[in-house]
Every structure is written in C-alpha cells, then in structure tokens.
Design a protein around this ligand. Structure first.
Ligand code: GLN
Length: 479
C-alpha cells in the first residue's frame, strides 16, 4: 500500500474527511520519511517542534467540522526565508543562524488559520541567491532522483521535501526562478504568482520588486490548493493587490492560443530539454491548443538587467544587517565602524557579498546611469513586448532551464549559472505569473519542466492551461 506521505493533498483531504486516517497519522508518516531522507537530501534546516500540536488541532477542527479547508491536516514545508513566529528562520546564513522571528509572515498566518501543519523550515541558497541550493551554511540540497546532483535552487529544500514525501506541499520564494527551476529538477509542479497577488509580509527580502512567494505540489491541483489559501490582498504589504482569483480549476486547452517566443527557442538549450518541450507543445496542440509564434526581443538581455536590478535591491535590503539590531554580531570589534565591518564580513557568505558589491557598484554615483537606469529601461521595454505578445496569445510557453540537472562534481562557472536563468528571469522582471510542470525526462532520468507564463494577474489561466496539459497526459515527472 502507498504510504500516506506519498499521497497528494487532495487524496489525503478525502481520507481525512472520511476518517480513514487522522492528521496526526499523516504527520507521523511524513516525519518518518523526512527523518529517513534527511541524511541524503539535506532538505530541512529546522523541524517544527509544534507540528504535532498543529496536527492535533487539525484533528479537532475535522472532528468538529469547524473551518475545515483543503489544507486542514496537510503537512507543509516552508522555505527558511519565510518568517515563522518562535521557529528559527535562518535564510541559510550565518547572519541569521540564531534568529527567531517574533511574528508570522502573512502566508504562515493563513496556513495556520486553514488548519495546515508546518513540518519545518527548508534548506536553500543563502538569502535565496543561487540556482543549486549550494551557497548556504547548512550544505547543499541533493536531488531525490540522483545523488551527486542538485535539487535546484534557491528553493531546493522545499522542492526536494515535496518530491520525496518529506512534506506533502511546500512554500518557496521566487525572485528570478527559484520555485520554477527546483520544481523542474525534482519532477514536481512549482507556481510563481503575479507580483502582488501573494503578500510578501514576513518574507525576508532579497530583491523587493521581484520577490514572490510560490507554491510546490506533486500535481497542478495540489499546487493550486496551496496557492488558493495564501493568495489575496494584505494591508501589511504595500505592493499587495486586490484581484479575484478563480476558485475552480478548468481544463481550458481547447482554443487556448499558446505563444512560442522565437528568441527563447533560438537560445541555447540541451537537445533533451528541446525534445521534451517540443513533445509537450505537440500534446497541447493535439488537445486543441493553437500554437502561435511571438516575439519578445528583450529576453536576450533580461539576465543582465535581472542581475543588476536584483543585486542593487539586495545591496539596499541587506544593509540592515549591521550587527547592532539583530543578526550576527562580531565578538571582537573595538568601535562601531569595526563592528559593522566585522559583523558583515563574518556573517555573509561569498555569493551574498558578491551581490552586495555588484549592487552597490551599479547604484553608485557616476555609474547608476550606465547600469541601474539602463536595466530599468530594459525592464519597461520587456513589459511592453510581453503586452504586445499577449495580443496574439493567452499563454507563453518556454523551457524552465537549459539543462535537466546541475551536477555537483562538474564545477560550473558562475557566469554560466547566471546566464542559465535566461528562461525564468524575463517573467520575473515583467511581474507575470508562471508555472513549471513536468513534461518529460532526460536520458539520465532527470525530469524536465515546461514553463507556462500568463498575463499579469491572470494566474487562473496559467493554472487552467497547466491542468489541461496534465489531463492530456502530458506529465512525466515523479508522479
Ligand atoms: N538564480 C537566481 C539568482 O541567483 C534566482 C534566485 C531566486 O529566484 N531567488 O538570483
């Protein structure tokens, strides 16, 4: 019989409603799995000591029929840059190694109100900067499919946990692809919502104009249930928007116009990735979708603009870690400026320092016109090109990542890792919703993700198209 931890949230919800199992039993099975895979995958940083209490509370809600939602009693893992009251939140950084937030992020408040059970906090790249979950102080996250390979990043811990049964669902953050890319590597679904549709209150900032909280699930509907609970207006986030989100999944492939941006398909991707994506497009066409070629020329320069803008914002956001208010404080500083310098030198890792330096440079007097302003202009142009493309299509399809995996044993050049973000950063800069859904496998058995990008605030069409693809038998992930 299939273990409880390998079931989808929808299946577990059904069983919980029929009293075929309790939330406590589901949690115990997930914890057992987490403990057995943790050594190999390293997906968790901290377990939630209150999870059992939360499961008991869920059982009470279920028994009383009070406030029951799709997530009541469902174990969910949370990326370690999302604040959890009383539960250590480190951003995988020495800077926050001992930080215990005094409040919950809005998404956590919503999960708790829905009766969800938080399993723990997941491993990631330091301050969410990276693509392989290998820049944090707690070590790398290993892909559940094969040892020696990355689970992707920066939300690698959340993706690996949800893919391996160490959680049923998971939350991540996506600034330039960090939910979509690890979902692709681990063979699950990862959704990055329209900017502003999920509150960022309590998400520890990397690049505020790009950061979003995204959802992971084994399939489209599970991911949708999670997003449905965390999504919605929040007065505590000034960039939060009031938008209605459809409450039902529909298969809408028939008649959907799928845009194929020629500049994306002219870019480098491995043969295997190309094969899987072409096959996915054929499947969607057979199910009634229409493929149309569109043009978004600025995607070619999107990586450069992304690294300038995100690093500029990071340099400003991370200025708060000064060793005075909270975070790591150097033990041997003789005056205040030495305290700043030593605390930051000791507290941040190499990648974070690199981004702070790059960002400070791009914003400095005499250079900001040449770098930051040009990147901002490119960002506006990119948005206009997407608007124009969406006159001719409802959804834009693309790969998630040029390769199916990242090996830990082949040292990768940093600039190669940055340029490989080419397929995910354009929609991040344009604030658009996007999903990664498994669509095939490489020769070595690594899953390959298809990315579907929607119009701003049209998150519903992204889900519906992905659902249509899943129903037409398109998925070849883990499940
Ligand atoms: N790989 C990208 C970066 O390193 C994406 C990170 C993210 O989305 N958090 O910036």
């Amino acid at each position: 019989m299939m273990s409880l931890c390998d079931k989808t949230a929808a299946e577990l919800h059904d069983m919980l409603m029929k009293r075929q199992c309790s939330a406590k039993e589901v949690l115990e099975d997930v914890v057992k799995r987490a403990e057995s895979v943790q050594r190999k995958l390293n997906c968790y940083i901290t377990y939630n000591e209150n999870s059992l209490k939360q499961a008991e509370e869920a059982d009470r809600m279920l028994a009383a029929g009070e406030g029951v939602t799709m997530l009541t009693g469902i174990p969910i893992a949370v990326k370690d840059n999302i604040s959890t009251k009383g539960l250590r939140t480190t951003c995988a950084s020495k800077m926050l190694e001992k930080y215990i937030p005094p409040y919950d992020a809005t998404v956590i408040e919503r999960l708790k109100a829905a009766g969800a059970v938080i399993t723990g906090k997941t491993n990631m790249d330091e301050f969410a900067m990276g693509s392989a979950s290998d820049t944090g102080i707690f070590g790398r996250v290993v892909n559940p499919i094969k040892e020696g390979f990355s689970a992707g990043g920066s939300s690698g811990g959340s993706a690996a946990a949800a893919a391996s049964g160490a959680a049923v669902l998971a939350l991540g953050s996506d600034t330039g692809g960090s939910v979509r890319q690890p979902a692709s590597f681990c063979g699950i679904v990862g959704f990055c919502p329209s900017y502003g549709s999920v509150s960022r209150y309590g998400l520890i900032a990397f690049a505020s104009s790009l950061d979003r909280i995204g959802s992971f699930g084994k399939n489209v509907s599970d991911t949708y249930f999670l997003h449905n609970i965390i999504n919605g207006y929040d007065a505590k986030d000034v960039t939060s928007v009031r938008k209605n989100f459809s409450s039902e999944l529909k298969d809408t492939l028939n008649g959907t116009r799928i845009g194929i941006p020629k500049e994306i398909f002219d870019s480098y991707m491995s043969e295997e990735v190309e094969g899987c994506i072409s096959n996915a497009l054929r499947i969607m066409e057979k199910s009634g979708a229409k493929l149309v070629t569109v043009s978004i020329p600025s995607v070619r320069d999107a990586v450069k603009a992304y690294y300038i803008i995100s690093s500029a914002e990071a340099s400003s956001n991370l200025a708060r870690y000064d060793g005075v208010r909270y975070g790591h404080r150097s033990a041997d500083a003789s005056d205040i400026s030495e305290l700043y310098k030593k605390s930051r030198t000791e507290g941040f890792g190499v990648e974070v320092k690199r981004r702070i330096m790059l960002g400070t440079f791009a914003l400095s007097e005499g250079y900001s016109d040449a770098y930051y302003k040009r990147a901002a202009v490119l960002r506006s142009r990119l948005c206009r090109e997407y608007d124009e493309a969406f006159q001719h299509c409802d959804i834009i399809a693309s790969p998630v990542y040029p390769d199916a995996s990242i090996s830990f044993s082949e040292p990768h050049k940093l600039t190669d890792l940055y340029s490989a973000d080419i397929f995910t950063v354009p929609s991040s800069l344009a604030e658009l919703p996007a999903i990664s859904i498994p669509c095939g496998k490489s020769n070595d058995g690594f899953p390959v993700g298809l990315q579907l990008i929607g119009r701003k605030y049209d998150d519903g069409t992204v889900f519906n198209t992905a659902y249509g693809f899943e129903l037409s038998g398109g998925t070849y992930g883990q499940y």
